[in-house]
Design a protein. Structure first.
Length: 175
């Protein structure tokens, strides 16, 4: 049997996330002009920013191509954003080659079949609790939070806590 997620979390240096169903709840609102509107969780945003501030790499790989999503993520300090991706494996391979990463040190959180191949390659495949069964089956960590409802915060916070990088910036009253 392989390692547990708790054994892998100490070696994570890079977080990769899908957008729809992970950073959002997977629902879209369609305006009369055809614009697709998504909702993101502010707590996920805080965790993403905190991870960047602690030196972690963050990469977003999504099939969706909403420029509002790109703007939100850029405002958090994320620079590696691949939207409109039809072959997530291709983007994954390109990213790890450019940054000279070992897949074992990567956590990828996805929720549906397009994430499957990449998730099979990383050290810590993870998903929200409402991911499809095929993704849950290969995930070493399944958040108790649903997509768009804090699952990203959950997994980032756990990794940073294991590595001693979460509480360091807070006063004792918040411990």
């Amino acid at each position: 049997m392989g390692k547990s997620y708790k054994e892998i979390m100490p070696q994570i240096t890079t977080f990769m996330f899908d957008v729809d169903g992970v950073l959002t709840n997977g629902m879209i609102t369609i305006t009369t002009t055809g614009e697709l509107i998504r909702t993101m969780n502010i707590k996920d945003g805080y965790a993403l920013k905190t991870a960047i501030d602690q030196g972690f790499k963050i990469c977003i790989i999504s099939g969706g191509s909403n420029e509002g999503v790109r703007s939100r993520l850029q405002n958090l300090g994320i620079t590696d954003i691949y939207l409109g991706t039809h072959n997530k494996m291709e983007q994954f391979e390109e990213y790890i080659t450019i940054h000279k990463l070992n897949p074992e040190e990567i956590l990828f959180m996805g929720d549906d079949i397009p994430d499957y191949k990449v998730m099979k390659k990383v050290g810590l495949p993870s998903c929200p609790k409402d991911a499809v069964p095929e993704i849950q089956d290969i995930s070493l960590y399944i958040s108790q939070k649903k997509g768009g409802n804090g699952c990203v915060r959950d997994v980032i916070e756990q990794v940073l806590k294991v590595q001693g990088k979460w509480n360091g910036q807070f006063d004792a009253k918040y411990d």
